[in-house]
Design a protein around this ligand. Structure first.
Ligand code: ATP
Ligand code: MG
Length: 287
């Protein structure tokens, strides 16, 4: 009998795997992970996980071996695949950057004209430079790209950077950003109606988790006379809730604020007379 489970490919171990598993667990999906298991079925959601090398994930999703996959945009964009990107996941953020030996003077993108560049991303590198009229020779290598200049393999590199620490310790400096990347959820383009329905449920849960991660629940006390001023600072999901305190003339105000402007709002609230401010994480937020 054809299984109605949706099949998702995630990285077995590496910089995508931990956050991927955390996200699906936060969505309330129960499954076993870790160890040498290559496949596992959830006990409470119609989903089956395949644990793979990240490079293989886009191809498996294109071919339909997996219905869904979690992959870095950098890997996805390097090899054009016929898959749909259904959700930006906001983790494993990094950038693909050009770097040159630290003691070289960098004059601008023209610096790269005619140079040899070592990279695991020849297509993205060539496309980025060609758009600016720069022609280079790329040498594709699959790992330890940052040692290429010091062993004489190339004059520059194009590699994934997050903090820049690896570049620094290899005597390189980052001079241009080719591509900003994050993890995305991809889907096969011919999902059955049943699988599309499971995907819709999964996306609904991911949205709720992401909204919760971007928001905080705030509880504070204030004098009734300061209420209007404080209310104007707090959006809340509809409007803030206001409850009387046991002490006359005082109220408790509950609201939801976005992580982005969190500190600005907290400071403004204090200035407006808010006291005893509590900030709580939100697990899920359903609109
Ligand atoms: P695999 O063994 O599965 O092929 P890998 O060695 O190719 O793994 P990782 O180093 O685990 O890959 O990186 C996986 C993805 O995580 C990268 O393609 C990129 O999207 C992202 N990534 C890479 N480096 C970082 C970093 N320093 N910080 C955050 N995300 C990163
Ligand atoms: Mg890989």
């Amino acid at each position: 009998m054809e299984s109605q489970n949706i099949r998702i490919a995630v990285q077995k171990s590496g910089r995508l795997s931990e956050e991927s598993l955390k996200l699906f667990k936060a969505c309330g999906i129960k499954f076993e992970s870790g160890g040498s298991k290559l496949k596992t079925v959830s006990s409470n959601f119609p989903i089956e996980f395949l644990f793979l090398r990240d490079d293989d994930i886009p191809g498996y999703v294109e071919d339909g071996v997996a219905d869904l996959g979690v992959i870095g945009e950098n890997v996805l964009m390097e090899h054009i695949r016929q898959v749909d990107v259904v959700k930006e996941l906001g983790f494993s953020k990094c950038r693909l950057s050009l770097a040159i030996p630290r003691n070289e003077e960098y004059s601008g993108i023209e610096y790269f004209q005619g140079k040899n560049i070592a990279t695991s991303y020849p297509n993205l590198t060539n496309a980025f430079l060609a758009k600016q009229g720069i022609k280079v020779t790329t040498h594709e290598i699959s790992g330890s790209v940052e040692i290429a200049p010091s062993i004489g393999l190339a004059e520059a590199i194009c590699d994934i950077v997050s903090t820049g620490g690896t570049l620094l310790s290899n005597g390189l400096k980052e001079v241009a950003t080719v591509f900003q990347s994050q993890a995305v959820l991809i889907a096969n383009q011919q999902l059955s109606t049943e699988k599309q329905a499971i995907l819709a449920k999964l996306l609904f849960r991911i949205d709720s988790v992401q909204r919760g991660q971007n928001a905080k629940y705030v509880v504070l006390n204030a004098k009734e006379s300061d209420l209007e001023k404080i209310k104007s600072l707090l959006p809340g999901m509809k409007a803030p809730s206001v409850m009387p305190l046991a002490e006359t003339g005082w109220v408790s105000i509950h609201s939801v604020i976005s992580e982005n402007d969190f500190w600005d709002i907290i400071e403004a609230l204090r200035e407006a007379g808010a006291q005893g401010i509590l900030v709580l994480p939100i697990e899920k937020m359903i609109l």
